[in-house]
Design a protein around this ligand. Sequence first.
Ligand SMILES: Cc1cc2nc3c(=O)[nH]c(=O)nc-3n(C[C@H](O)[C@H](O)[C@H](O)COP(=O)(O)O)c2cc1C
Length: 487
Amino acid sequence: MIPASPQADSAVGHKPPTIIQGGMGAAVSSWRLASQVAQAGQLGVVSGVGLDLVLARRLQDGDQGGHMRRALAAFPVPAVAARAAKRYFLPEGRAAGRPYAPVPRLAVKQGRRSQELSVLGNFVEVWLAKEGHHGIVGINYLEKVQLATPAAAYGAMLAGVDYVLMGAGLPREIPRLLNQLAGHHSLSFPVTVAGAEPGRFAVALDPFALLGVTLPPLHRPRFLAIVSAHVLAEYLARTEEIRPDGFVIEGPRAGGHNAPPRGKSVLDEFGEPQFGPRDYADIEKVAAIGLPFWLAGAYGTPEGLRAAQAAGAVGIQVGTLFALSSDSNFDPAIRETLVEGTADGTLQVTTDLRGSPTGFPFKVAKVARSLSDADVVAARPRLCDLGFLGVPYLRSNDTVGHRCPSEPEKQFVRKGGAKGDTAGRLCLCNALMTNVGLGQTRATGYVEKPLVTLGADLDGPQRLAVLHPDGWTAHQALAWLLEPIES
Ligand SMILES: Cc1cc2nc3c(=O)[nH]c(=O)nc-3n(C[C@H](O)[C@H](O)[C@H](O)COP(=O)(O)O)c2cc1C
């Protein structure tokens, strides 16, 4: 049995949550949903992907309800918050057809503006999720999106985030990063640059230089690594410096990105990969590690919770049930379509091996007028202007560039990418923004289309749709999941 790390003991005095409402990007698990779950005594998790862009766009839409500005007013360095508000806030919102202004991209060498906006975006989301109660709130990041992580995690910690969760890769560097950020230490966070030897490049963050003030030490959040295989959990647990405080073990039916199928991939008649027993972690081996863990991916039912606990898990992480609740931040029209399709059994969720520029399989809900339809994809002008899911690469002149397999093919190949890597790729960054009502309008009038992800298991939502034909809240979903345990 591995002892819990000293940081974990000093982190939160709460008992571990039975239910983790999974992070759902981008901004599907927004502050409102996480707040509702936290108020019900479970772990509410905001998505930490692209929160600089989310903040800038909400401000440009007039900051409905004043929530962004209320949270910005709580930022410990008012001048930093004021700069962002001045740059992006439009009291009347955007004029019809006016595109959102671009935000600075986070690169390996990061300027003040990009770091400030990332710190603020993450601060705002966590601050709002924690406002007015004593429940616990986490933030979810993707390991693949390395450039953003230091500034993003710092912003979340300035707002007192209780848990950081990270999937889509092997998060070795996070325990150390969180320790450094808790002390406001100037740090260097190693990042992978395609074509460069490992360890050559790092993102620098100097909190004092950025904010210009000395702040009291921060509370160090607990860190949960989201992994798909017991061997990855065993590897991370072996060494103290990289050991998380626990694991979320996510199976191949979960929403969002999945781990690729192991071994030679077998496709069915529709071109979908077949996941087999080897794609599921050996839970006995995970339990033998001795760290707390939660099971995710098709566990979002009362029976799923019971089965997970019988296997030694503290509880479960649930996504789809909350994504379809009225507290999620899906565009209401999209959510309505999804709930209707769930209730009448017509909604299909498939695994797209090629769509995501990250190269990971991605669960896609078939929704009319979204990028799940080949004609809608064909009609989209191919471009990449957000770049959250691309990678830095080493140019021939020894500087670092940025490329994404979803950008125009010629451009990608000119940057040294392989042509074959572009086939079937979709612009997730723009589509995910449209899913939450923040889609870009181009100068040509083209409006970015959505691409919806959900888990493959719709049993829970179907049963809740019978209990609550007019839709359900996060509290109702939690009450249903927990009823057998609480009664
Ligand atoms: C709409 C949606 C978006 C998601 N986005 C992310 C994400 O950004 N990062 C992540 O680690 N997991 C993401 N997930 C996975 C969930 O956090 C959760 O682990 C998973 O959905 C659990 O499986 P379930 O949907 O069967 O409950 C997403 C899931 C959904 C439904």
